[in-house]
Design a protein around this ligand. Structure first.
Ligand code: HEC
Ligand code: HEC
Length: 385
């Protein structure tokens, strides 16, 4: 990882601020005023000095590492996990975006406030940081969010989700009132903005920062690509060799993926985290109840941590990765908008994979699992239960 030196530097800086001596007088340094920290600590399990939020990208990434404002990210994290922001105080962002399963949900349709259900399957959040790179704002003139790509930022998405009667059912002014009533937010807003909460946008911006810090890029797949880079100096020819540390089965699965899936879902060795295509119809059905972006076209979702993010597709209609692979092998429907990549002339393509090929493809998809990300404390629930 690129950031060892920076890390060392911040550690030294940290140690020197925690106890610093001036003219023989011991200065007891506190990041938060002591009474603020004591107050927050009644509710929240936050460190005395906020954690650093940064994306320490693998070496093969073309992007430079990103640093985020740690106070905004910390505030955003608390908001993300706070059930008080929903109408009946039972649902937080994290209710439908659970860290241990890639910030997705294990239900086809998630539980919203007052026993309501969402209209779509929850999307995993491991790659929001790189939407700009891989969906590219140039393609549609903005960075797209949701299954139908209708929102253009986490702020816009969050406003829609908070206000959605099936999800959190709160107007922004109501969210603001709730936040003002909760005493642990005062110090968090002071740290982040230099003053208490003033406007709704400050809430959305903090959530936006936190969600953007959420990045998964330390899977076995990333490690294998990095390994190739360090032994070869560049990524040339990587498509044609077996990846080190991968079993024969995983390598076979990778070849099947490159041949049949990468034209839409992308190759991460190209330097970004995933999709090559912004949206498509993948022939899930002949008729769609939900038309997505129009004509049954939906976002091509990230496959990061896909092992954990089932059930799959916008309607959660495929329960397992085996079901997904069966779909692409012999189940693609001849929908009128079916993407040409999944067609053979006028007919849906039939890959007719053998059972062992299917198992290989599933084994390969599991190499996208990033255990460090799934358990990283800086993304975890800060509330004391
Ligand atoms: C009740 C469940 C639920 C809650 C609560 C919820 N989400 Fe979601 N989230 C979803 C669903 C379902 C989708 C897909 C919706 C769609 O496409 O129309 C989604 C989509 C998203 C996306 C788009 C990801 C992408 O790849 O386009 C982001 C980002 C997101 N949610 C963040 C949040 C944040 C931040 C909060 C809290 C403010 C939140 N969610 C609260 C269920 C939920
Ligand atoms: C034509 C582009 C295209 C190709 C080729 C393609 N996909 Fe997809 N994939 C999509 C789209 C679009 C969706 C979302 C469709 C929906 O929800 O209606 C999707 C969804 C998925 C999902 C569900 C992810 C989630 O979070 O719900 C998985 C898993 C998946 N594809 C794996 C594969 C595999 C494996 C292959 C190769 C065998 C493949 N895809 C080939 C476009 C494609």
């Amino acid at each position: 990882m690129k950031n060892k030196i920076l890390l060392l530097f911040s550690l030294v800086a940290l140690i020197s601020v925690i106890s610093c001596k001036k003219e023989g007088v011991e200065i007891d340094y506190h990041y938060y005023p002591q009474e603020d920290y004591a107050l927050m600590s009644q509710y929240l399990d936050l460190p005395e000095v906020p954690m650093a939020y940064e994306n320490d990208f693998p070496n093969y990434y073309s992007s430079t590492n990103r640093q985020y404002d740690r106070d905004l990210a910390t505030l955003g994290r608390v908001l993300f996990y706070d059930k008080n922001l929903s109408e009946d105080k039972t649902i937080s962002c994290a209710s439908c975006h659970k860290q241990e399963i890639g910030f997705s949900d294990d239900l086809a349709f998630s539980d919203g406030v007052n026993q309501r259900k969402t209209a779509r399957n929850s999307l995993a959040l491991g790659s929001v940081f790189s939407f700009n790179e891989y969906y590219g704002s140039s393609i549609v003139g903005r960075v797209p969010f949701f299954w139908d790509n209708r929102a253009s930022s986490v702020q816009e998405q969050s406003r829609a989700t908070l206000g959605n009667p099936l999800e959190m059912d709160m107007e922004m002014h109501e969210v603001k009132d709730r936040v003002l009533d909760l005493e642990y937010y005062e110090p968090l807003f002071k740290a982040a903005y230099g003053h208490g909460l003033q406007n709704e946008q400050e809430i959305l911006d903090a959530i936006g920062i936190f969600v953007n810090t959420i990045g998964s890029f330390n899977s076995r797949y990333d490690q294998a690509v990095d390994q190739y880079l360090s032994s070869n100096g560049n990524l040339g020819g990587i498509q044609n060799v077996d990846l080190s540390g991968f079993s024969a089965i995983e390598n076979e699965g990778r070849n099947l993926y490159v041949a049949n899936c990468s034209s839409c879902h992308g190759n991460i060795e190209q330097g970004v985290a995933a999709p090559a295509l912004i949206e498509a119809n993948n022939g899930l059905a002949m008729n769609y109840e939900d038309q997505g972006a129009g004509n049954g076209v939906f976002k091509v979702p990230t496959l990061r941590n896909v092992e954990k993010t089932g059930p799959y597709m916008h309607d959660g209609s495929l329960a397992t990765l085996e079901d997904v692979v069966n779909h692409y092998s012999e189940g693609v429907q001849n929908h009128q908008s079916l993407n040409p990549e999944l067609k053979d002339g006028n007919q849906p393509k039939r890959l007719n994979l053998t059972d062992s090929q299917k198992a290989s493809l599933v084994a390969f998809l599991k190499t996208y699992t990033d255990d460090e990300f799934l358990t990283d404390v800086k993304y975890s629930d800060p509330f004391k239960q």
